[in-house]
Each structure stands twice: as C-alpha cells, then as structure tokens.
Design a protein around this ligand. Structure first.
Ligand code: ATP
Length: 291
C-alpha cells in the first residue's frame, strides 16, 4: 500500500505550550542499571549495566529481541519498577514512583467505554483535581488538535481504531507531560492507520517537544520517527548499538522507499538485530541443554 502522507509540523508548531509554559522535555539518564526478576526459585538477570542518556526533548526508540527488557527499562523511567542496582534520573532527580510529568501510551488505547470521548480525555485531569471548566476547555482544545472535535460527545465504542488512538494521544498530551513513554503504541493498527497515527503523533511532538521514549518491534517506524534508535541485546538486556538518525525533518512516509540514508539505517539495524536474535536463540538452546 502506498503511503503518501507527510510528517509535517502543524500550525501548533508556532505556538508556545499554553498549559505549562516553559515545561519542555526532561532529560532521562539510566546509569549502570541492573535488574532481575524472580522466577520460581531463581533470579533471572533482565538488565545488566544498562546505560542510556536521553537529552531533553529527544525522541529515542528502543528496539531489540522479544524479552530483552525494553518494557522493563520503560517502566523504570516511569517509576513503575525500581532497579535493583544503578540509577534512573529524570531531570537529574532519582525516579521515585510515578510523576505528573510522565505520561504513558500503550498498544491498547485503554479508553473507558462507559465514558464519552471528551470525558476520556479529561480523565487524567480529573485525577489531578483540575476544575471542571478548565478540564473541558483543555479537552476540547486537544480534541480540536487531533481533529476529533465533532466527536467530543460520542460513545468511544462507535469510533474507528485510528480515532480511538487519536483520543488516546489527546488524553496523553493534554496534561503537557515532559516525558512520554510509549510501548508499541501503534502496534494494533493496520498499516495505513498506523502511518497516519505516526504522522499525527510526530506533528504534535514537534509542537510540544516532550522527551519521548518509544519501544517498538518495527525498525522502519523507529527510524522514521526518532532522533536516535538504540538496540538492545537479550539475556541480560543491554545496549549494543546506538544510532543517530540524521534524516531531515519533516520526514515523509516516502523516505521508507526513496531515501538511500533510510535504507542504510534499516540495513544496519536489521543486520544487528538479526545477529542478536540468533545469539539469544543459541543461548536459550544452550540453557535448555544444560537444564
Ligand atoms: N513482573 C515481572 N515478573 C517476572 N518477570 C518479568 C516481569 N516483567 C518482565 N519479566 C521478564 O523480564 C524479561 C524482560 O521482559 P520485558 O517485558 O521487559 O521485555 P521486552 O523486551 O519488552 O519484551 P517484548 O518485546 O516481548 O515485549 C522477560 O523475560 C520477562 O519474562
């Protein structure tokens, strides 16, 4: 399927962030993080010496074989998991639980079916006791920015998957987070809807500039969206490649097929990923034989 959409900043890019002026993205720093999980009577080392510095407002994707610890690292940045050793800093401060500055987005949009569209966007603000009139103003503003203003009073069950994901984007960004942690946010979408959502999200990111940490299995998606792509190896999870993506912005879906630089990045990453997947499988087989 031909995807012709342009990843282009919208009119918002000229606007200042209105909700919390001056709250641009926050830097995140993982320093020598090691972590294990207990499985039965043994501790499984999931991350070892995981070191990663993400600059304020940078868009960084994490890719790697299944089970290498991508979600675990993301959870640590969001304060959902504490490292057994090492440090995770947000804006120079140790991450100590969840924070209003940090928002999550997952593959499942997790909209509440008993709430109308606008009330879903208002949810996080309600939890934070933002007054009702202010909640409504901000929700309506964000529904306009994701082009769903006509659906503010609709039942979420009547929306398409792509529209639901745009509601989820509005609900995430309405709180002006300084960091957005995304775990395969577009994985459940068909190819065209996925391309549209990538474009939609990058347009808003370019206007708002939160720091984004984006976990994906899709190398093309990672290259098209990111300033940097880091590749993890498995068992234990650690970073084995860190690739700066110097494609100009705004990026276009056509770059996937027409840009020699894009092809080079893809070749480099897919080659390294293949090696890591093979190495992980060999280790798994060796462990099975030993057991
Ligand atoms: N709460 C937990 N308790 C025990 N083990 C866990 C827990 N969370 C993750 N693990 C284990 O840690 C390892 C890393 O999991 P994680 O979800 O971080 O990997 P991932 O790279 O995100 O995987 P995938 O790409 O398949 O989503 C896996 O072996 C998983 O089984």
């Amino acid at each position: 399927m031909r995807q012709t959409s342009m990843v282009r900043p919208g009119p918002e890019s000229a606007q200042r962030k209105d909700e919390r002026p001056g709250q641009a993205g926050a830097p995140i720093s993982f320093g020598h993080v090691s972590h294990n999980f207990i499985h039965g009577d043994r501790a499984v080392l999931v991350l070892e010496d995981f070191d990663l510095d993400i600059a304020a407002s940078e868009f960084v994707s994490i890719v790697g074989p299944s089970g290498c610890g991508k979600t675990t690292a993301l959870s640590m940045a969001g304060g959902l998991e504490r490292p057994r050793a090492g440090s995770v800093l947000l804006d120079g401060e140790p991450v100590d639980g969840t924070s209003d500055d940090v928002a999550f987005m997952f593959a499942r949009d997790a909209l509440l079916p008993w709430r109308r569209v606008r009330r879903n966007v208002e949810l996080g603000m309600e939890v934070r006791h933002v007054p009702a009139a202010e909640r409504r103003r901000r929700a309506d503003e964000w529904l306009r920015r994701v082009r769903l203003e006509e659906f503010a009073d609709s039942d979420v069950l009547h929306l398409s998957q792509g529209m639901r994901q745009r509601v989820a984007i509005a609900r995430t960004l309405v709180q002006s987070p300084r960091v957005v942690l995304m775990d395969e946010p577009f994985a459940a979408l068909d190819a065209q809807t996925r391309a549209n959502q990538q474009q939609e999200f990058v347009r808003l990111w370019e206007a708002e500039r939160p720091t984004v940490v984006f976990v994906t299995h899709d190398l093309e998606e990672a290259i098209l969206l990111s300033d940097r792509v880091v590749l993890m190896a498995a068992r234990p999870g650690r970073i084995v490649a860190d690739l700066r993506i110097d494609l100009p912005r705004p990026r276009t879906q056509e770059m996937r097929t027409s840009s020699p630089e894009f092809a080079k990045y893809l070749e480099t990453l897919s080659g390294r990923l293949r090696e890591e997947v093979v190495a992980a499988e060999e280790r798994r087989q060796a462990e099975e034989e030993r057991a």
